[in-house]
Design a protein. Structure first.
Ligand SMILES: CC(C)(COP(=O)(O)OP(=O)(O)OC[C@H]1O[C@@H](n2cnc3c(N)ncnc32)[C@H](O)[C@@H]1OP(=O)(O)O)[C@@H](O)C(=O)NCCC(=O)NCCS
Length: 346
């Protein structure tokens, strides 16, 4: 029944008005299915995001459409040759796909497989990595024979429920327990002069995240990548906020960052939080998180919740988040399958 459905590549920079109409109808349907109570990104912002340049990644996007309707969407990416961390990450192709609700269980999802294998072969990738947080996605990936190798969850903190006296006590405790540690706050990009130091510490801390059984390379962040993030964020009016601490020798010992945009004023995205292993156990994690919650609440009184994603095995981070009032909102898993096992399914 789906034999005549051919995947078509999408280039967001030359896409027609017809494409955008199909695309926005598709994403509205997906939004209603998965997050009906959440705000939806305005169409023009979504379009600019898809048009943005990515200097460190190779991105592919495809659609399957019929009679003017987008039935399915596939996005894939892998690290670009020469990008920082290329050698240890080049074997992984990341992919995400969705099929419109009314067109599932008719082989559309399966129709993507030959193309995915072709893209893996084009770039020499040996592992496919896919995230799922919907029952249909888990079922499809289990059918495929992929293994769930990292369990993760989105948690949310409702700002109306925050215990502000506790937040202030975390700040006071942080200052008391580490009297020689200095805390710094940055609204907007980290200053250029500080990026080499920040990128090195961020890379080192990101590599301490528990990845469970996930096959993954080393995470390497550099100042040019940070500049690209900030350019992309500025293009869609996103603002980042960062809180860091420094030890008496001047070295960075902890960091946490968030993102907010006027297109989705109710939501603050909590990004990464990390404390250097030798500075753990002094309440610095709670201190920087508490300062951040105070700061974003003051800057964005219209914000209703903070959202964050964590590996469900990340006990220290989850303990702090839970104490602050974060509660699990959705759970998912990252699945992986080898190129050869995938090819056998075609
Ligand atoms: C995952 C998804 C893309 C699958 O698309 P699809 O077109 O329904 O998949 P197919 O028809 O090719 O299914 C292939 C096989 O997977 C299994 N499968 C797929 N969905 C299933 C479900 N909901 N329950 C049980 N098994 C399922 C079946 O064995 C199916 O073969 P069968 O119908 O002959 O029994 C679709 O369900 C979807 O869009 N889900 C939401 C997005 C998502 O979770 N994406 C992440 C995973 S890529």
């Amino acid at each position: 029944m789906v034999k005549h459905l051919v995947p078509a590549p999408v280039d967001a920079n030359s896409a027609s008005a017809d494409f955008w109409r199909r695309y926005h109808a598709f994403r509205r349907d997906r939004h209603l299915e998965t997050r009906p109570d959440d705000p939806l990104l305005p169409d023009d912002v979504e379009e600019s995001k898809l048009r943005q340049a990515h200097n460190f990644e190779i991105l592919y996007r495809y659609e399957i459409a019929r009679d003017g309707e987008m039935l399915s969407w596939l996005g894939c990416n892998t690290i670009k040759p020469g990008a920082p961390g290329y050698e240890s990450n080049r074997h992984v192709l990341h992919a995400g796909a969705a099929v419109l609700r009314d067109h599932r269980r008719q082989g559309v999802g399966r129709a993507w497989l030959p193309l995915v294998v072709e893209l893996m072969d084009r770039h020499g990738c040996t592992i496919l990595s896919v995230n799922a947080d919907e029952e249909s996605g888990h079922a499809f990936l289990r059918w495929l024979g992929a293994e769930a190798r990292l369990s993760d969850a989105e948690s949310r903190l409702q700002l109306a429920d925050v215990d502000w006296s506790m937040v202030d006590s975390w700040i006071a405790d942080g200052e008391t327990r580490s009297p020689d540690t200095r805390l710094e706050q940055y609204d907007g990009p980290i200053p250029k002069a500080m990026r080499a130091e920040y990128a090195a510490q961020l890379s080192s801390l990101l590599n301490t995240i528990p990845f469970e059984q996930l096959d993954h390379g080393e995470i390497v962040i550099t100042p040019p990548q940070m500049s690209e993030w900030y350019e992309r964020m500025a293009a869609v009016q996103e603002t980042s906020h960062t809180v860091v601490t420094r030890e008496p020798d001047g070295s960075l010992s902890a960091m946490t960052d968030t993102i907010w945009s006027p297109h989705m004023p109710a939501v603050i995205h909590q990004q990464f939080t990390g404390v250097r292993p030798d500075a753990r156990g002094r309440g610095i994690g709670k201190w920087i998180k508490a300062v951040m919650v105070r700061r974003v609440h003051e800057l964005y009184p219209e914000a209703r919740w903070i959202t964050t994603y964590n590996a469900t095995s990340n006990d220290p981070m989850l303990a702090i988040n839970h104490a602050l009032g974060f509660r699990r909102h959705r759970a998912g898993a990252e699945y992986q399958i080898s190129r050869d096992d995938l090819a056998k399914k075609i």
